[in-house]
Ligand binder design. Structure first.
Ligand code: ZN
Length: 500
């Protein structure tokens, strides 16, 4: 923290002086804008956001003070000074953003939609075997399609309200209902189906959660095809976990990913039991095992990835597999080699995971946890200062997350030609008083509750914390009416899996 203050913290006077540099950068960006789309002033745009400081997280970390962003269709058409924008554009819709900071929308790279309503519910934690088999899957098995739709409505609404504009679903039941909710809320996302084709160790899975290998392939393929033409919400393939998938399914799913030109969401190197399992069965560690099958590649998105040696990290880098680091929960497992991953150019983003990781769906907070976790792993034992700044971690939540979602060339930074996934953050609360540097304020002093307005794909989804796409009162009432039945089915399911 202190290191960052010294290297990046500046006074208001220094900051305003730096604004001249930012302005020059903005001019060079304007030249680029003209290359993308020639603009004859005044030009008509669909959306103009004006008066805010713009933290772009582009290649040069450009910041434009008193800036503006023009959006045409679903893409950013121009970024520059608000004073210039006023003469250049007429807009169908204008968002007056004075006093706010604009930043790119973040990507939640690992989220269990169907476990949303298990948050805050008491769990038995000392059962034998992995807890996801003992509590999480039994909970999912009691959900009907309407429950999953409601989970999506609440979860994605929560994300939008905290500055997350894209999510990668970890694989759950009734994924079409997740897609329906995501479509309605207006978030970008990649849904996926819970995919298990064997019971594995630690007792049988609920019947609704297990498929034959051919059925698993067929259902995954059909899901991806059903969502192919949706511009914002698409489906990925899924392999839940090594313990509950056959080798035949792993290899066939990888081929299917190539055929469909899509990715696979899986959990990898999440628990010690999983490392023991692959070493015992194949004398290989989990990533080495994937490598030996020829399925470790850029299409494999690996949640958690905690128990890795330096050689394992090299294996991820060699094959360009992507990673979701879920900082709320991962340090309960062990140290996480996120910094090694960033240095090896591995596409690593942040994720919120499910109720086992506790916490909220706020990636600002996950980012803070990740800095602390990385400091404890890479700095404290060596009597050294933090090896990653809060700013670089927030940038990772934006750009790293986008890259992990295979959207690195379309989202993750505010740049002309990229998709207009934009978050406007307030900083006039006591927590931020008297922060002046917009980048440091975002990285250190705000949380999701400070987000005021969220724009996805050029559409304003939440404005001044009011949802334009969701009737939130109706949503709450429907959830509460169904909640007792849902919890009763969960209680029954965990009794069954524990043999009670
Ligand atoms: Zn997970």
């Amino acid at each position: 923290m202190e290191k960052e203050e010294v290297s990046q913290g500046i006074t208001r006077r220094e900051f305003l002086a730096a604004g001249a540099v930012a302005s020059a950068l903005a001019v060079s960006r304007l030249a680029r804008a003209e290359v993308f789309a020639p603009l004859a002033a005044p030009s008509h745009v669909d959306l103009l956001i004006t008066g805010c400081d713009v933290v772009t997280f582009d290649g040069k970390n450009t910041v434009v003070t008193d800036g503006a962003i023009a959006v045409r269709g679903n893409a950013i058409a121009w970024i520059g000074k608000a004073a210039d924008a006023s003469g250049m554009f007429t807009a169908k819709e204008t968002v007056m953003a004075s006093g706010l900071i604009a930043m790119p929308g973040m990507t939640d790279t690992h989220y269990h939609t169907a476990q949303q309503f298990l948050r805050g519910v008491h769990r038995v934690t000392h059962r034998k075997g992995p807890s996801w088999k003992k509590t999480l899957i039994p909970f999912e098995s009691g959900l009907d399609p309407h429950d999953v739709y409601n989970s999506g409505m609440v979860g994605y609404t929560s994300m939008i309200s905290a500055g997350t504009t894209c999510f990668l679903e970890a694989g759950g039941p009734h994924p079409d209902e997740m897609g329906r909710a995501a479509d309605q809320v207006g978030i970008r996302g990649r849904i996926s189906l819970n995919t298990c084709d064997m019971d594995g160790d630690g007792g049988p899975l609920p019947k609704s959660h297990i498929m034959t290998t051919s059925q698993a392939l067929k259902e995954n393929e059909a899901l991806v095809k059903r969502w192919q033409s949706n511009p914002r919400v698409k489906a990925w393939l899924s392999l839940r976990q090594i313990l509950v998938n056959t080798e035949e399914l792993r290899v066939s799913m990888s081929k299917l990913a190539d055929e469909l030109d899509t990715n696979i969401h899986t959990h990898l190197s999440e628990g010690t039991y999983e490392v023991d399992y692959t070493v015992e069965n194949w004398n290989l560690r989990p990533p080495e095992y994937f490598e030996s099958l020829g399925i470790f590649n850029k299409r494999m998105h690996c949640a958690h990835s905690i128990f890795l040696t330096p050689t394992d990290v090299d294996c991820y880098a060699k094959h360009d597999a992507s990673v979701a680091h879920c900082a709320f929960g991962n340090y309960g497992g062990g140290p996480h080699r996120m910094l090694d991953m960033i240095r090896a150019n591995i596409r690593v983003g942040l994720g919120t995971d499910g109720p086992n990781s506790r916490g909220t769906l706020d990636l600002f907070q996950v980012s803070h946890y990740a800095v602390l976790g990385q400091t404890l792993g890479y700095a404290t034992p060596f009597h050294a200062p933090a090896q990653i700044t809060y700013t670089d971690m927030l940038r990772q939540a934006c750009r790293g997350g986008a890259a992990a979602a295979a959207l690195g060339d379309q989202t993750g930074s505010l740049e002309v030609g990229k998709l207009a996934d934009i978050v406007l953050v307030g900083h006039d609360d006591y927590d931020q008083f008297t922060s002046t540097d917009p980048t440091l304020t975002l990285a250190q002093n705000v949380v999701g509750l400070n987000v005021r307005t969220t724009i996805v794909d050029g559409k304003v989804v939440m404005k001044d914390r009011e949802f334009l796409t969701v009737d939130t009162e109706k949503m709450r009432a429907d959830v509460m009416a169904r909640y007792p039945g849902m919890i009763a089915r969960y209680e029954k399911a965990i009794l069954l899996t524990s043999g009670g």
